[in-house]
Design a binder for this molecule. Structure first.
Ligand SMILES: [Zn+2]
Ligand SMILES: [Zn+2]
Length: 162
């Protein structure tokens, strides 16, 4: 996995948009997007693939902040609670949500080679899982589907590598 690099202009634009959306969501809910929470969200959006808590901590330390792991985890918990980010359990990493404020469970296509993840919000998949769970008298509390595989770029790279 690559270390966090300088964000490109597309990532900067995505981060700006995500931050202003986050401001609105937090204002509507009456919760505070503190400076640290904001910065953690920005760091996540500045990276092209999902990030782990320690990579986030490294960037915060580069900022000159006295970041301790519990502080970062608390900020991540807040962002998760508000639906501003998602946690990918299979990687133990975090990525920004493109539709914060809208309820969705999320399905993710995760590339095992480059670590990029793509968020799908397919309501048919969500409803199917819900129906299957109900048929088994299983109460669904959270639903995240993680599909592991290889993205198009990595498929092409491996073909050319042969
Ligand atoms: Zn999402
Ligand atoms: Zn890939």
């Amino acid at each position: 996995m690559q270390p966090p690099l300088e964000p490109c202009s597309r990532q900067l634009a995505a981060a700006r948009q995500a931050l202003s959306q986050a401001e609105i969501v937090c204002q509507q809910r009456g919760v505070r997007l503190t400076q640290l929470r904001r910065r953690v969200l920005e760091i996540i959006w500045h990276h092209s693939s999902p990030l782990g808590a320690y990579a986030i901590l490294d960037v915060l330390r580069n900022d000159g902040r006295q970041g301790a792991p519990p502080t970062v985890y608390r900020a991540l918990d807040f962002l998760l609670e508000q639906g501003l980010i998602h946690r990918l359990a299979s990687l133990n990493m975090f990525m920004g949500c493109r539709q914060p404020g809208a309820h969705h469970s999320g399905q993710f296509l995760i590339c095992q080679d480059c670590g990029q993840a793509d968020e799908l919000n397919n309501q048919t998949v969500e409803a199917t899982l819900h129906t299957e769970a109900m048929a088994r008298h299983f109460e669904v509390l959270a639903q995240t589907v993680e599909v592991l595989g290889r993205c198009l770029d990595c498929q092409e790279a491996s073909r050319h590598g042969d």
